[in-house]
Design a protein around this ligand. Structure first.
Ligand SMILES: *Cc1c(COP(=O)(O)O)cnc(C)c1O
Length: 395
């Protein structure tokens, strides 16, 4: 019999969303007439903006005409038109990138997992707790040891890999330039590599927060940045993202010689990835057009308004929270320090609102809860009214 990768035995059971679905369906079976409001899953609800749809349609039409048909893309790294559009976007916040440092992907989840292919299995991994589960799971699959850190307590064991996510899922916190610089400095001092997930970068509204790790001096020598159009432009079902690998970033081989990380990543992608479809890359290009940027700003503004309603509710209730300002997530303390699953049940059965129990993102979430701003305005208002009613009645 073929043998499987033993590291899979070390994965935690991925039961969070399965358990959530189970509890919801049990509740619905018993209470078929209740209208649930779902504010748990991190998926967008607004459709693609017109500029994007138009560009995608036009590109599909080209694919049906002999003279403009395209087969495989040469490099699989993305067409220049899109990589140049991404480069132009970074220029707007003061980051200069070479086109060849930009790799177009089918999203941030796969790249943040796949990047593990190029690291040795004995590299230590640092993940801030709570965290998006991909960093931990993919590190364990690669046989690497994971150590947890606090969001704002930079640590870097020698030659380690550090996963950072800002604005953070689930906490909604974002690093200021100074806070991020502290991580970059400690990484540089210990020859560590930072894998920086900037999937929510477009939600940043405060000017002291970093939009990209490459705004920080020295980051080109220690960081890779992974980004996505999923939350920014509603691409969760369309699939497109990009990963930035600076030329200066080096890794060491076991014999002590150095090799640019970009060379290893190019090799990895060349062997295992055949690029993003042409129509999707054209649709993605339209996100960066003037029209596209205006249109996605409206969508992001809609979610921001929802986040504000959630934040205002917690301020009124005197419950402390993070996020909302630079992120579509609000992360808060369960009232009376309740266990996050108990609070999930309380919300489900008493308020008929579904959220995400914090423990699903790590031990530091045991008494925390995440709500998302991705539902409709009307549902968000209604959910907060219900929440206020049950929490005020309770005490
Ligand atoms: C949603 C999300 C992503 C995006 O993943 P895609 O594969 O691009 O859809 C990446 N990182 C975090 C932290 C996320 O929450």
């Amino acid at each position: 019999m073929a043998k499987y990768n033993n590291n899979f035995q070390n994965l935690k059971k991925n039961y969070l969303f399965i358990e959530i679905s189970k509890r919801i369906s049990e509740f619905i079976t018993k209470n078929p007439d209740v209208s649930l409001i779902r504010m748990g899953i991190g998926d967008v609800t607004l459709p693609l903006v017109p500029a994007v749809v138009e560009a995608g349609k036009k590109a599909f039409d080209e694919m049906g005409v002999k003279s403009t048909f395209r087969g495989y893309e040469d490099s699989g790294r993305g067409y220049d038109f899109l990589r140049e559009a991404v480069g132009g976007y970074y220029k707007d916040f003061g980051v200069e990138l070479l086109t060849d440092e930009i790799f177009i992907s089918d999203g941030a989840k796969s790249d943040s997992g796949n990047i593990g292919d190029i690291f040795a299995s004995d590299c230590d991994v640092i993940v801030t707790d709570p965290a998006y589960p991909v960093y931990v799971d993919s590190s364990i699959m690669g046989g690497r040891k994971v150590t947890f850190a606090d969001f704002n307590t930079p640590i870097a064991p020698k030659d380690s890999i550090i996963y950072l996510c800002s604005p953070n899922n689930p906490t909604g916190e974002a690093y200021s330039h100074n806070e991020l610089k502290a991580w970059v400095d400690v990484a540089l001092a210990n020859n560590a590599v930072i894998v920086y997930d900037a999937a929510y970068e477009a939600f940043i509204s405060e000017t002291d927060k970093a939009r990209s790790i490459f705004q920080i001096k020295g980051a080109r020598k220690c960081a890779v940045e992974i980004c996505s159009l999923s939350k920014t432009a509603g691409f969760t079902g369309t699939r497109c993202g990009y990963t930035i690998v600076p030329n200066e970033l080096m890794l060491t081989s076991s014999d002590g010689s150095e090799i640019p990380l970009i060379q290893l990543w190019s090799r990895r992608q060349g062997s295992k990835f055949n690029g993003v479809s042409y129509p999707v890359q054209r649709a993605a290009e339209a996100v960066f057009s003037k029209e596209g940027q205006q249109q996605i700003k409206e969508s992001i503004g809609y979610y921001r308004k929802n986040a504000k309603i959630i934040m205002d509710t917690f301020i009124e209730l005197g419950i402390s929270f993070t996020g909302g300002v630079n992120s579509p997530y609000v992360w808060f303390d369960c009232p009376n320090n309740m266990d996050s699953w108990d609070f999930f049940d309380f919300m489900l059965t008493k308020a008929n609102v579904v959220g995400t129990p914090g423990v699903g993102f790590g031990e530091n979430g045991a008494n925390k809860f995440r709500l998302t701003a991705f539902n409709t305005y009307e549902n968000t208002v209604e959910a907060m009214a219900r929440l206020k009613k049950v929490l005020l009645n309770k005490s």
